[in-house]
Design a protein around this ligand. Sequence first.
Ligand code: 5GP
Ligand code: ZN
Length: 152
Amino acid sequence: MQPISLYSIKPFLPSAGRPLQKTGGLSFYYFIVIMSENCLFCKIIKGEIPSKKIYEDDDVFAFYDIAPQAPVHFLVVPKRHISTIMDMQPTDCELVGKMLYRAQIIAKELGIEESGARFVFNCKADAGQTVFHIHLHVLGGQVMGWPPFPKD
Ligand code: 5GP
Ligand code: ZN
């Protein structure tokens, strides 16, 4: 593995400025770094893998899904690596709120405010999660069915 600079680690800190020992110490810190080094969406956020970016700020990143399942289908992700919604901590509430807030702003900009949209987090195997960096799917531009899985 290549040496890791402090700069490359910073976006993945549990919370900027918070002492490490209050967030699980260095082992948790290095676990997050190793997870994020192999993560597709971390690579997209860093620009190492190209994407059709829609929006970026200090906390969140939004881009079009590579295999759209509806006329409008984009993803909103946190810049900090969190593997699944089951890994959310109380300190992540504001960050996830920012993802949802940004998702609805983008949905409005893309013209689906009135028609509506589906806002989805797939979590782990039963829900079909394939990329283990939390991402909010926003799907719209057509009428969708419910429930979103076969009955048998
Ligand atoms: P999940 O199945 O984990 O809920 O969703 C992962 C999503 O990421 C899928 O909808 C898939 O099409 C999308 N995806 C996978 N690889 C890439 C990629 O390299 N670029 C983009 N833009 N989307 C991707
Ligand atoms: Zn990641």
